[in-house]
Every structure is written in structure tokens, then in C-alpha cells.
Design a protein around this ligand. Structure first.
Ligand code: FE2
Length: 294
């Protein structure tokens, strides 16, 4: 973006506090990709509408080279944010896209897709995040949707204090992000804070919110949050936002959304409201009704 858009200051007079710090769990998924599950199944109710956040980052190709061969999804959305590296996506709806440095892929699985996510590099660093965002029951069987955003396509600005903000979803400082969703109203910001800066972001008190620090360290309401930690922000009824302060240079994801308050039934890559709907998804997958990769 050549010129900085006109920014509207975010006014936060009663900032949220930190309810809990969470350390991710090392795990392996796909065909042996090593990753850290930051938002685990145990936190799905607390962080409704978000179902999962995985962080991956390695300079050892053995940790990522096999990628995620053909697998299905139904009932939610996946948002992959690639900090470094290249990954090729193909799916049964006929979409194909190369995700690379700073790009985002937003996929609405809806009633079902089968896709593969395969690294396109044999060496070097691969780093990024995959977030799962739930769909309301009425939209779980919608048509699949997919879009790639190259880094240059993502709205980005620098605040007066010098904080660089990339808007993947939602709105901040009067700027609207790459994607918006009415039911879950997701906010997904990547923040680069130089040493000695702070960022204020207004948040509706009822929205569930967390930050994940992936470089440096920050503090929120006096609580310090080191790298590789998620901080769940308290839903204080009086609070109107969050203030993130960086004594040293830091990079942080700020994620918030409106809870759906619906039952969550998950079986691996299928997330529905009831066990019956999960059984239907498994049956549809086995009988080829979720589609197939050409
Ligand atoms: Fe997937």
C-alpha cells in the first residue's frame, strides 16, 4: 500500500486484563508436520467461535516436507497465514493457489471440501499459522468458498505510534480487513510493535479474544506475555478494548470474535452441532459425496 489510509484512533478507556496464559502443545498432523497446537479442543468453548490455532515454524524440512495430503473438512472455515515459506493448496471445488510469504488463504469448507496443502520448498524456513473459525449451524452446509490473498493484497497501515498493522479480518482504526463475517465478526490482526510502542484496539465486551506472541514479548494490563504464549483476555463486562505494550520489539496476533453459543460436535476435520450431523459427514466422506481431488 503506497499511502497510509486515514486512520481513526481506537479509544480504549477500560482495557481488558489477562485471564490466563496458555502454552501450546507440540503435536504432529497431516503426513507428519511438526506443529504447536496453541488453541486446543479444551479451549473451544472458552474461545468460541474459534476452534483451533496451530503455529508451525521450522528450518528443518523433515518437520514440514510431507505437508497435508488429501483430507476433508466440513462445517467451519480455515484461515492459513503464511509468515515464511510456500505452500500449494488444491481442493475438490477446483481451487488451486500458492500461498507464500505474508499471504493468507481463507477457505470456507461449508458442506465439504477435500484438499491438500503441500510445501513447495525443500529447504529453508516454513513458518505460519492456521486458525479454525466456526460457522453458525445455519451456514454449516453452505457452498464451499475460497480466496487467496497475497501479502500485497492485505490491508496494512502504520499507527502514529509506529505499530505496523496487517488486517486479515475485521476492522481496526477505521480500516476494513481482507474478510468480514456477520455471524462471528472475526477480528484477526498481525501486529509488529517496535520497542517502546503500544497499540490500543477496541473490542466488544462479549467477544472472546486472545493474543499470541510469536516474537519478543509484550504486556497487557501489567501482565507480561513472553514469546510462544497465548494470553486469553478476560471478558470484563466494563472493558472496552485491549492495550498491548511492547518494551522490546514484538510480533503479535490479536484475534477476537463473537461467540456463536451453539453446541460443538467435532470429529477430526468435521465440526458440526450434533453427533448425528458428524455421522452424516463421515458417511458422506466415505461415499464420495464430499467431492474428490482430480
Ligand atoms: Fe486442511
Amino acid at each position: 500500500m503506497a499511502t497510509n489510509p486515514t486512520l481513526v484512533p481506537e479509544r480504549v478507556s477500560r482495557p481488558r486484563t489477562v485471564e490466563q496464559l496458555v502454552t501450546g502443545k507440540p503435536t504432529s498432523d497431516g503426513a507428519g508436520v511438526q506443529l504447536t497446537r496453541v488453541l486446543t479442543q479444551a479451549l473451544q468453548r472458552r474461545l468460541d467461535p474459534f476452534l483451533m490455532l496451530d503455529a508451525f515454524g521450522s528450518d528443518n524440512p523433515d518437520d514440514y516436507i510431507a505437508g497435508f495430503p488429501d483430507h476433508p473438512h466440513r462445517g467451519f472455515e480455515t484461515i492459513t497465514y503464511m509468515i515464511a515459506g510456500r505452500m500449494l493448496h488444491r481442493d475438490s471445488a477446483g481451487n488451486e493457489g500458492l500461498l507464500s510469504n505474508g499471504g493468507v488463504q481463507w477457505m470456507t469448507a461449508g458442506r465439504g471440501v477435500i484438499h491438500s496443502e503441500i510445501p513447495q520448498q525443500e529447504a529453508g524456513v516454513m513458518e505460519g499459522f492456521q486458525l479454525w473459525l466456526n460457522l453458525p449451524g445455519r451456514d454449516k452446509m453452505c457452498a464451499p468458498w475460497y480466496r487467496d490473498f497475497a501479502a500485497a493484497d492485505l490491508p496494512r497501515f502504520v499507527t502514529e505510534a509506529g505499530v505496523a498493522v496487517t488486517l486479515i479480518a475485521g476492522a481496526s482504526h477505521g480500516v476494513t480487513g481482507a474478510v468480514t463475517r456477520a455471524a462471528t465478526a472475526p477480528l484477526y490482526l498481525d501486529l509488529h510493535l517496535p520497542a517502546g510502542t503500544r497499540l490500543s484496539q477496541s473490542l466488544p465486551a462479549t467477544h472472546n479474544a486472545f493474543i499470541y506472541v510469536y516474537r519478543g514479548a509484550v504486556s497487557v494490563a501489567g501482565q507480561s506475555i513472553p514469546a510462544q504464549r497465548m494470553a486469553i483476555l478476560a471478558n470484563d463486562a466494563e472493558a472496552d478494548g485491549v492495550v498491548i505494550e511492547a518494551a522490546e520489539e514484538a510480533k503479535v496476533l490479536l484475534i477476537a470474535g463473537q461467540p456463536l453459543n451453539e453446541p460443538i460436535a467435532q470429529h477430526g476435520p468435521f465440526v458440526m452441532n450434533t453427533v448425528q450431523e458428524i455421522n452424516q459427514a463421515i458417511d458422506d466422506f466415505r461415499s464420495g459425496r464430499l467431492g474428490a481431488l482430480a
